[in-house]
Write a protein that binds this ligand. Structure first.
Ligand SMILES: *Cc1c(COP(=O)(O)O)cnc(C)c1O
Length: 433
């Protein structure tokens, strides 16, 4: 590096609010992660190839990037995008719609469409994501599946995170219509399931009840591994477009990919019997959905690097991380136990101060509906609430875990994480080693 470059570098970092000590700490840590990052980049070539192949086989053309209005009949862009998703997930069919408002909606749709009164739903991997409690009726709620006479069984993971095969066998002694498996840890400290482990579980379940419909909540897991749960025998995979597969560009939407009959049921539940998938205008979002899925492999790779980098830095600083820095990753979420309220607040302040949007606001804890303690959230996102963008949140209670995820680019993820370290150092909460 010549003098001019060195000066430019120092100025840029200083103006961004990073001290030479924090930069050095980051660079030293990043050096140790080279091999790991190479592997992530290598995977992104594979997943990128998969996405391109699916786009080409579906015959994506310029005319498909333009949407429809009103009823949305003959929306060839929408129908082709659904072929692209089916191609990526190697499934018979897919439903990908801006009318699906979020991940919870996509999951609720999959369940409500394919379960009937008297049917039994089983979660063999413990309590599902918070928002699904009201969908299923684990927490009493108007319009829940329980209200419609759908029964629910749950088998928890064993304390070491492994499947309770005995418990699952028992739960399958009487007929079960549908099984729901959550791939990501979500915001719990249980382990994230690899596609391989999901495959083992599916094989076990099918050995007892071959006909059962197996759905995977794929949120935060897409493109992290080379294959998806649909490659491991899942009948249906479901997720949100403002997470991984939207690539940060999708402004709204959810997807379901799986067996034709299950997708048809979902289409009819989303619109109405008789209309099904034939209606549903895409307005002006198709181009973003196509561009988003095209970028998703590299955006996911950036988020993964960010998660690993954060774990590596914070472990060096003496904090406990889930998963640990050197552990294999099956989703993009990083949890860090920050132990003190001030650390949690400082971490979130740091993430916020690195944002492209709303960097000037200071995140404050608030009483979020559905939580028993105040929650703090940091996000300065282009798409409101998009957690594929650099973001962090955590409930204000012991042990003060922060859940950190996203980063549309690796440089932004890195700068954001360094800002958290800087904020903590400035407040005297940590000492750089
Ligand atoms: C985010 C998430 C959901 C719900 O998605 P929303 O878009 O927030 O409704 C469900 N399951 C898991 C594992 C998630 O991470």
């Amino acid at each position: 590096m010549n003098e001019r470059e060195t000066a430019a570098r120092q100025t840029a970092y200083r103006e961004f609010g990073l001290s030479p000590e924090v930069i050095a700490f980051g660079e030293e840590t990043e050096k140790l992660l080279r091999e790991r990052f190479d592997r992530i980049d290598d995977n992104a070539f594979v997943t990128q190839a998969k996405v391109l192949t699916a786009m080409q086989r579906a015959g994506v053309s310029e005319a498909h990037l333009i949407g429809t209005t009103g009823y949305g009949y003959s929306d060839i862009g929408r129908d082709t995008l659904e072929k692209v998703y089916a191609g990526i997930f190697h499934s018979e069919d897919a439903l990908v719609r801006p009318q699906i408002t979020c991940g919870t909606h996509a999951l609720a749709l999959a369940l409500q469409a394919n379960l009937r009164p008297g049917d039994v739903l089983l979660s063999p991997v413990g309590k599902p994501y918070d928002t699904l409690e009201e969908v299923i009726g684990i927490r009493e709620s108007m319009g829940s599946l329980a209200e419609f006479g759908v029964k629910y069984r749950q088998v928890d993971l064993l304390p070491d995170g492994s499947f309770d095969y005995e418990g699952i066998r028992k739960a399958l002694e009487t007929p079960v219509k549908m099984v729901t498996i959550q791939r990501s840890r979500g915001y719990a400290l249980r382990p994230t399931l690899s596609v391989e482990r999901i495959g083992e579980l599916i094989t076990f379940i099918r050995g007892i009840q071959p006909e059962v419909i197996i759905m995977v909540d794929n949120c935060y897991g897409e493109f992290v591994e080379l294959s998806e749960p649909s490659d491991a025998g899942a009948d249906l995979v479901v997720g949100s477009l403002i997470k991984n597969p939207g690539g940060g560009l999708a402004p709204i939407g959810g997807y379901l990919a799986g067996r034709s009959e299950l997708i048809e049921q979902a289409a009819r539940r989303l619109t109405s019997p008789g209309l099904g998938r034939e209606v549903g205008a895409t307005l002006d979002v198709l181009r973003s959905l196509y561009q988003g899925i095209f970028l998703a492999p590299t955006v996911t790779a950036s988020a993964l690097k960010g998660a690993i980098f954060a774990a590596a830095l914070y472990e060096k600083l003496g904090f406990t991380c889930y998963p640990k820095a050197e552990e294999e990753r099956y989703d993009i979420i990083q949890a860090i136990t920050l132990e003190k309220e001030e650390c949690l607040l400082a971490f979130c302040e740091g993430i916020q101060s690195a944002a492209p949007v709303d960097a000037h606001v200071k995140p404050e804890p608030w009483d979020m509906p559905g939580y028993d303690v105040p929650v703090i959230m940091a996000a300065g996102a282009f798409i409101s609430g998009a957690s594929i963008e650099l973001s962090a949140d955590g409930p204000l209670k012991e042990p003060y875990n922060v859940y950190f995820q996203g980063g549309l680019t690796w440089p932004h993820a890195k700068l954001g994480i360094l800002k958290t370290v800087q904020t903590m150092a400035d407040k005297g909460l940590i000492h750089l080693v």
